[in-house]
Design a protein around this ligand. Structure first.
Ligand code: 5GP
Ligand code: ZN
Length: 114
């Protein structure tokens, strides 16, 4: 997708701090962190949001969570706890229409979700 920020990051047209990469996902540090640890697990394929995920992507969805679990351990927040979030659409507060999961931790997070 030509105008997609995350596709540009994936193509290395835009810089980012990559902390993990495999054939299905890339994980980068969020440019505007909302917690001491704030990572983004981004699918390599351009999928607009969870709404556009297909039944054939079930494995990919599980992989994203397993990568999140691994990174949480590596970043030392597995025991203290963390949050995994994907925003969908306007009311979900999705700013970048390319599927990504936020991994947030390193401090007690607020409980107010809306
Ligand atoms: P959304 O609101 O779509 O769920 O989250 C988009 C996230 O991407 C935001 O937390 C925002 O700070 C982050 N972001 C937007 N542009 C960039 C960028 O160019 N680089 C990085 N590393 N993060 C970005
Ligand atoms: Zn994209």
């Amino acid at each position: 997708m030509a105008d997609c920020i995350f596709c540009k990051i994936l193509n290395k047209e835009l810089p980012s701090e990559v902390v993990y990469e495999d054939d299905q996902v890339i994980v980068i540090k969020d440019i505007n962190p909302m917690a001491p640890i704030h990572l983004l697990v981004i699918t390599k394929r351009h999928i607009a949001s969870l709404n556009e995920v297909l039944p054939k992507d079930e494995g990919l969805m599980g992989h994203i969570l397993m990568v999140g679990q691994k990174l949480a351990r590596e970043f030392g927040i597995a025991e203290s706890g963390y949050r995994v979030v994907t925003n969908i659409g306007k009311d979900g507060g999705q700013a970048v229409p390319h599927l990504h999961f936020h991994i947030l931790g390193g401090a007690a997070l607020g409980t107010k979700l809306a």
